[in-house]
Write a protein that binds this ligand. Structure first.
Ligand code: HEC
Ligand code: HEC
Ligand code: HEC
Ligand code: HEC
Length: 440
């Protein structure tokens, strides 16, 4: 099912971003000390002390936000009452999960690493502190890193953000890092993946967009002056682009590590689900689907790459053209079972270049340009696969907000959402017609 952010919450979020704050945010981009590629919490080697260690009333368990503090201090209440991560472990106890487990031949879901790796803070036993309980699900330290070395000092006013990072706090403020954190569970890694075996057993399909999901997760932090003073921050547009570049890069990692399962079929979860799963009475194959493959071919899930073609149109048209060529090569190589290392390395390089260019140049004033690039791509039939259409619609929603065009195009946005309302009966031609109705 397609999640929809409600315009009011994101508008509220945007309205707090006065131009002064944006200026500060721009500076944060240039500050030294933002190290990339931090170890993810699940493999950080630190003791995870448990949610109870963070949740006391004087720490993060205040019932109401506190004034005079750098952080809200009611993070625990927000997380425990409104955040789905709180119930991620409970989900493993439901009938649905028990059915998935039994279809997979597992005794149960709530003790299986294959489920706990994403539905809880599943660190090794020797890294679980005295108050750690697995039933906390995706708790504080699953995102913020094991607190062994920062718990005692991180609340001191004498300790700065960099010192916390050095002591093991995960840099979840930095979009590049945050993306790999969220994607590690919302897409998967070489080590943990919602494979087609798990999907076939009944697991819902995963779909993720960094900015949208960042809004859907109830915020337990406020981007205020002291936040901006020492943390990374940028506008939705940049966060969306980073989400696309990092998702594309993570997809390549998965293709590299998991595509070949050694059997007759490759890992089917890496392909467009609806390429196989759609009503036969509704044919949807298109000759110009960007893969160069003949009718009847199974296509890689290239949704994030399709977004990057549109993003590239605005930030670096020559890179977008290169990426398009390279993707044709990858589709062909996968279909013919040719070696993938060289095409993957080349694509990774293009993604990095687009990301660097975007980080250096993109401003929120360009939102309408990105919107037009997506609308053109849609009208041109480039969102032939449902997964690409789903990504496009999440992006269009965000871009209308940033460009301050949402109220003006509210009816059109509703129309666009109806085109992706049912993934089993998605009709690319209907979406293309909707795109043609857009006029800035
Ligand atoms: C340790 C794994 C893990 C990490 C890391 C993680 N998530 Fe999740 N997330 C989950 C699981 C599992 C669920 C589903 C929980 C349930 O409903 O049982 C979920 C659910 C969500 C939902 C609710 C989706 C819905 O359909 O309502 C949002 C929004 C979300 N995550 C956003 C994020 C964001 C943003 C990040 C990164 C900052 C993130 N998640 C990091 C595992 C994770
Ligand atoms: C790669 C990470 C990953 C793995 C492995 C994984 N899940 Fe999930 N699961 C998720 C995420 C993320 C969501 C939320 C999807 C969303 O709403 O966007 C989810 C959602 C679910 C849901 C639907 C929850 C709801 O709120 O409707 C069920 C049920 C579920 N998972 C059960 C399982 C079981 C059982 C296993 C083990 C066989 C498992 N999952 C393995 C990441 C994972
Ligand atoms: C699914 C991931 C996730 C979970 C679970 C999570 N957080 Fe966060 N948290 C974030 C993100 C993303 C941010 C915003 C980026 C940042 O400041 O690092 C954040 C920010 C914060 C901040 C920074 C506020 C500021 O003004 O600097 C605090 C404090 C915090 N979280 C505490 C907690 C506590 C306590 C828990 C558990 C009760 C928790 N978080 C659970 C992802 C998560
Ligand atoms: C190459 C074609 C192909 C692709 C791509 C593919 N699947 Fe499948 N899927 C199958 C086949 C074949 C079955 C077995 C159907 C059966 O048992 O009747 C299946 C079974 C399933 C089932 C169980 C359905 C049932 O009727 O019991 C689910 C759910 C599922 N797939 C989800 C997905 C998701 C989600 C994706 C994308 C991440 C995906 N599939 C990608 C071919 C595919």
């Amino acid at each position: 099912m397609m999640r929809r952010t409600d315009g009011t919450s994101s508008t509220k979020r945007l309205s707090t971003r006065t131009s002064g704050l944006l200026l500060l945010a721009g500076m944060a981009l240039l500050l030294p000390g933002f190290a990339f590629g931090a170890a993810l919490p699940q493999t950080d080697g630190q003791q995870h002390l448990g949610v109870a260690s963070c949740a006391s009333g004087v720490c993060h368990g205040s019932v109401k936000p506190r004034t005079g503090s750098d952080v809200l201090q009611n993070e625990y209440v927000t997380w425990s009452q409104r955040d789905r991560h709180r119930v991620a472990y409970q989900t493993l106890l439901t009938r649905e999960s028990q059915q998935i487990a039994s279809n997979l031949g597992l005794a149960n879901a709530h003790e299986a690493d294959v489920c706990l790796d994403c539905h809880a803070d599943n660190v090794p036993a020797e890294q679980r502190g005295a108050k750690f309980v697995i039933s906390d699900g995706v708790g504080c330290e699953a995102c913020h890193g094991g607190s062994e070395n920062y718990i005692a000092t991180h609340a001191d006013s004498a300790t700065n953000h960099q010192q916390n990072l050095d002591a093991g706090l995960f840099p979840s403020d930095v979009a590049v890092e945050r993306a790999s954190l969220c994607l590690s569970c919302h897409l998967g890694t070489a080590a943990k993946m919602a494979s087609h075996d798990i999907m076939g057993a009944g697991h819902p399909r995963l779909a993720f967009e960094l900015d949208t999901f960042g809004i859907l997760q109830p915020a337990h932090y406020a981007v205020d002056a002291d936040y901006l003073a020492d943390k990374w921050h940028s506008h939705s547009l940049t966060v969306w682009i980073i989400g696309q570049t990092r998702s594309a890069a993570a997809t390549l990692d998965l293709i590299d590590a998991r595509l070949d399962k050694g059997g007759l079929f490759p890992e089917l979860a890496l392909f467009d689900c609806q390429a196989c799963h759609h009503a036969m009475s509704e044919p949807r194959w298109q000759a110009d689907n960007g893969t160069g493959l003949p009718a009847g071919s199974v296509r890689l899930n290239d949704a994030n790459f399709v977004m990057l073609f549109a993003i590239g149109q605005v930030v670096a048209p020559e890179l977008a053209a290169t990426l398009r060529e390279q993707m044709l090569g990858l589709h062909q190589a996968v279909a013919r079972r040719q070696p993938l290392a060289a095409p993957i390395a080349a694509i990774d390089n293009s993604i990095q270049q687009i990301e660097d260019r975007a980080l250096a140049t993109v401003t929120p004033q360009q939102a309408a340009q990105f919107l037009q690039a997506l609308v053109n791509a849609g009208a041109d039939g480039q969102f032939g696969d449902y997964v690409a259409a789903e990504q496009a619609v999440m992006a269009i929603d965000m871009l209308l907000n940033v460009a301050d065009l949402r109220s003006q195009h509210g009816d059109w946005l509703d129309l666009v959402y109806t085109t992706v309302g049912d993934e089993d009966y998605y009709d690319p031609a209907q979406l293309a017609r909707a795109m043609l109705e857009f006029g800035l």
